[in-house]
Design a binder for this molecule. Structure first.
Ligand SMILES: [Zn+2]
Length: 293
């Protein structure tokens, strides 16, 4: 088992009150660290690229092929879902064409009627190929790839309408934000999460998972969050370990400047971070998830 579609994995997670981690990749080191952590813990994982990361890496086809080839070269046997994070309409179509297993169409900045219409179109295109679709209602605050969201609570009626388009999972704003959380952050809005969980059958997605206290993450998962997005936490871990390596002067000792040495501590730090967060999510080992789709 290697690359799989997301639908059944995440439905099982919501039913079983656990979550599956969705980690953003930026390059080969990130990809290896995420896959290595999931394999070591024997859990399914979702590896995703934002539009910006895909552009940086050389396009959706390259990203898909990098992940697929890395799975093969590392003998990864746990289920892996290759996903587009926060795609616009064109990006979702491009990722579907490139062979991603799952796409997020993020139309939260469109008028709601247009978000609904375009989500329907992406669902039709994706489901024809067995690809799962995530949609977003209520903007998630913070900044991602230059897009700054104010953050708002998802409207329950709009969430119901988006869910009725046949999407496979729904990202909903519940006070979560991308990037680092400010000191005066008020925490997740569990009352709104409960209202959403009461009427939405699909697995719910918590974006901006980096920096939410562990007990709030665990509570959200117990209430219906089945996919937890983590990005900033890995970036901070990578930067910190790389900074320590350089500040200790290790790049100036022997061949410490060799990128295979220079990038190693940061890569290890990503792997450790991924393992720690998967531990919070209670992700069930692979023997409990469906067979390959
Ligand atoms: Zn997000």
């Amino acid at each position: 088992m290697s690359l799989v579609h997301g639908t059944e994995l995440f439905a099982a997670a919501r039913k079983g009150h656990y979550a599956i981690g969705a980690f953003n990749t930026n390059n080969l080191e990130w990809t290896r660290a995420i896959l290595g952590a999931a394999q070591e813990l024997n859990v399914p994982v979702l590896i995703q690229t934002s539009m910006g990361a895909a552009k940086y890496m050389g396009g959706y086809e390259l990203c898909q092929q990098l992940v697929e080839a890395t799975i093969k070269s590392m003998n990864i046997t746990v289920p892996v879902v290759m996903h587009l994070d926060h795609g616009n309409y064109e990006a979702a179509k491009a990722a579907i064409a490139a062979g991603y297993n799952s796409v997020m169409f993020d139309g939260h900045d469109l008028p709601f009627a247009e978000n609904l219409e375009k989500t329907k179109e992406i669902v039709a295109l994706a489901h024809a190929k067995g690809i799962s679709v995530e949609a977003e209602v209520g903007s998630i605050g913070g900044e991602e790839d230059g897009i700054v969201g104010e953050g708002e609570l998802a409207d329950v009626e709009e969430a119901k309408q988006l869910a009725a388009t046949g999407i496979d999972f729904l990202a909903a704003g519940i006070g979560n934000i991308h990037g680092q959380y400010p000191a005066n952050w008020k925490g997740l809005h569990f009352d709104r999460l409960q209202e959403l969980a009461d009427v939405i059958e699909q697995p719910l997605v918590l974006h901006g998972g980096s920096g939410i206290p562990q007990e709030q993450v665990e509570k959200a998962i117990s209430m219906g969050i089945a996919k937890l997005n983590i990005n900033t936490e890995c970036q901070l871990a990578f930067a910190k370990a790389t900074r320590e390596y350089i500040e200790a002067g290790k790049d100036q000792e022997g061949k410490g400047f060799d990128p295979r040495k220079l990038l190693a501590p940061g890569t290890k730090a990503i792997e450790d971070t991924v393992k720690e967060i998967i531990g919070w999510m209670g992700t069930k080992p692979v023997k409990l998830v469906p067979e390959e789709i």
